[in-house]
Design a protein. Sequence first.
Length: 334
Amino acid sequence: MRMIFDPRQIAHAPALEMHNGGWTAHAEVPGRAANILAALGEASVPVDHGLAPITAVHDAGYVAFLEAAHDRWLAAGREGDAVGYIWPVARRRDVPLDRIDALLGRYSMDAGTPITGDTWDASYWAAQSALTALDAVLAGERTAFALCRPPGHHAGADYLGGYCYLNNAAIAAQAARDAGAERVAILDVDYHHGNGTQDIFWDRDDVFFASLHGDPRIDYPFYWGHADERGEGVGDGATLNLPLPHGTTIAPYLAALDQALTAIRDFAPDMLIVSFGADTYEADPISHFAIRTQDYVEIAGAIAKLALPSVIVMEGGYAVEALGVNVAEFLSGF
Ligand SMILES: [Zn+2]
């Protein structure tokens, strides 16, 4: 299976994230990509599709902010990584604020996702990797794997968060629609709910979004991913959330996956985008499922039975030493 990755995705390396009341070492480290590359071998570099497929999903003001944010942070006399400390919640969003701290709040949802001098390039090329994997599938390959780093599924149309800046899966799904696929399904099997992807397609009936994830009553991102979220307007019913408890093992996981796959079959898409996170792994340091390395073959095998052209996009997975083998097991199941 073709793997797409650009070396420019490596340099992005935020130092710290706000977690449990203090600044701790950032979990989304460059070694994640290095470990996957070591396990899988040669990657193809992505083709540059430009900004258009990115702004087809993301707000143009947000994209301009993301590209310039770290320079503006430095220009404000700051050091290190740019991160917000105040969020607008339900207050004024219409005031054209220009202060970097106001913009960081306006365009983010947490303090776990700092912007470094390399964030824009890494995010841009991660998105191009997803688009290039889509090209391979549109050209007739059954599946292709985009080693996206940073990941994407927490990023909404106009916000970053959860280590994510550009929503690679959403960008690929929209590009598939624009290339002529009438219906696209996104299956999110990262440990965390893909809130950004859900938000982007919330009121649409042409992109189905299904997610299996840690119950947001006790896990990040808390405010999305509850079982009663089904989409809105014409999108009502085109979102499916299957929250699962801490300690979930392969048997109940496969039962929930079967529900998601049945719903996707009923939706009858032309194309599948898989947001794959290996943070469902039993030894993941920030997550709480009990999926074992050998289980990933079975999970992938069940998904592959959909027999759909599939773009697999890398999301999370923070047990760095085991990440490459977990990804390799998952891909082998296809
Ligand atoms: Zn995750």
